[in-house]
Design a protein around this ligand. Structure first.
Ligand SMILES: C[S@@+](CC[C@H](N)C(=O)[O-])C[C@H]1O[C@@H](n2cnc3c(N)ncnc32)[C@H](O)[C@@H]1O
Length: 359
């Protein structure tokens, strides 16, 4: 038994256990940059296509430097992202890792998750300053990796769940979309959800909006590329002031908690919906109590919430700062304060909760 001061006794075994936990986490932190590196340089894709490769063969295929690739492969092997065969000196990307790291249509495609995490870490000195002063830091102020990574991570999940499970879980919404509905997708970012819905429901019209003009420019470009420019239009505007009325459906994907004045946004949604319209709110999976969120998903969300969501809300008027782990009770409070009389949890996945609100 050792002591570091007279008052506190230190259990040496527990201390070393914590040190080894920290070693693992420093390795994982560095791996965030290394996954982005593997994604950008095409290293995972080349391994997925070619099967077992030596560092020289992977470097040759990707036009990269063998010495860097060798070191990168060893980090990936140590972290069980690839396997290493000492006899051949070759490295293999297992099929599950290949799906999650190289297939943009895989529902759990991960490179965007790492990209947005890396962007968040890159901006963390600004959050340290903000934590001292209490100032906010807007979504629009972040490096591009935060915005692009967010879209790349969320789109495959929306593609897998939105049309198959989430919209059908809402009362009468799919029928309206099939016949021809007017939809507002608020806080739409790069418009991934807007475009997926517009592709799935050709009789409906979609109005995406976001307060960040850079994201709206990207959303417009993506809609144009998808041949949807006529049915998916985009405007730069805050959630409390987007244009149009008479909407059958208003959607918000992972953005209500980022807003400074979510109650003001809720009031605006209420005013722009048809009397029998629906507001779909997709929020991160969270329990109401802190102790319910002390798990790996909650850990990642509290991390993003500290570096992205809470500063984003604090940067705006009101600055309610719900945080990414707001939980159902707090979302219900916001929705009912906005004038809605009906609210329920309609669907969920391990990482999202889908709420339905009706006027
Ligand atoms: C985590 S991103 C989600 C983007 C998009 N909905 C998606 O699922 O990919 C949060 C978005 O909320 C937007 N946002 C934050 N505050 C907003 C506000 N007051 N009005 C409109 N959009 C807002 C941000 O610009 C950002 O695009």
């Amino acid at each position: 038994m050792t002591t570091i001061d007279d008052a506190v006794e230190i259990d040496g075994d527990k201390l070393m256990q914590f040190v080894f936990q920290a070693v693992g986490e420093v390795g994982a932190t560095l791996n965030t940059a290394l996954v982005v590196m593997g994604d950008r340089l095409g290293l995972y894709r080349a391994l997925a296509e070619a099967g077992p490769l030596s560092p020289a063969e992977l470097a040759e295929r990707t036009g990269t430097s063998e010495r860097y690739v060798r070191e990168w492969l060893n980090t990936q092997a140590a972290g069980a992202y690839v396997t290493y065969d000492p006899d051949s000196g070759r490295y293999t990307l297992p099929p599950e890792q290949a799906a999650a790291l190289t297939d943009p249509n895989c529902p759990v495609y991960l490179p965007g998750f790492f990209q947005t995490a890396l962007g968040s870490v890159m901006d963390s000195p600004k959050i340290v300053d903000a934590a001292r002063s209490g100032a906010g830091f807007g979504w629009h102020e972040h490096v591009h990796d935060v915005h692009e990574g967010c879209e790349r991570f969320f789109r495959p999940g929306y593609n897998a769940h939105l049309m198959a499970e989430w919209l059908p879980a809402l009362d009468g919404v799919v029928g309206k979309l099939e016949r021809g509905a007017l939809v507002a997708d608020v806080g739409c970012g790069h418009g991934a959800s807007t475009i997926l819905m517009a592709q799935a429901y050709p009789n409906s019209t979609f109005a995406g909006s976001d307060y960040h003009d850079g994201s709206i420019e990207t959303a417009r470009r993506h809609a144009q590329e998808a041949g949807l420019a006529g049915r998916a239009r985009f405007e730069t505007s805050p959630a409390a002031a987007y244009g149009g009325t008479g909407y059958d459906l208003v959607t918000m994907f992972d953005c209500l908690h980022d807003m400074g004045d979510p109650v003001g946004a809720a009031r605006h949604v209420h005013g722009t919906l048809k009397p029998d319209g629906t507001w779909m709110i997709v929020e991160p999976m969270a329990g109401d109590r802190v102790e319910e969120n002390l798990n790996p998903v909650g850990r990642a969300y509290y991390g993003f919430s500290t570096l992205l969501c809470t500063p984003a809300s604090l940067s705006q008027e009101v600055g309610l700062a719900l945080g990414a782990q707001a939980g159902e009770a707090r979302i219900r409070d916001v929705v009912t304060a906005g004038g809605f009389t009906r609210f329920r949890r309609a669907a969920e996945t391990p990482i999202n909760i889908v709420y339905e609100a009706r006027p």
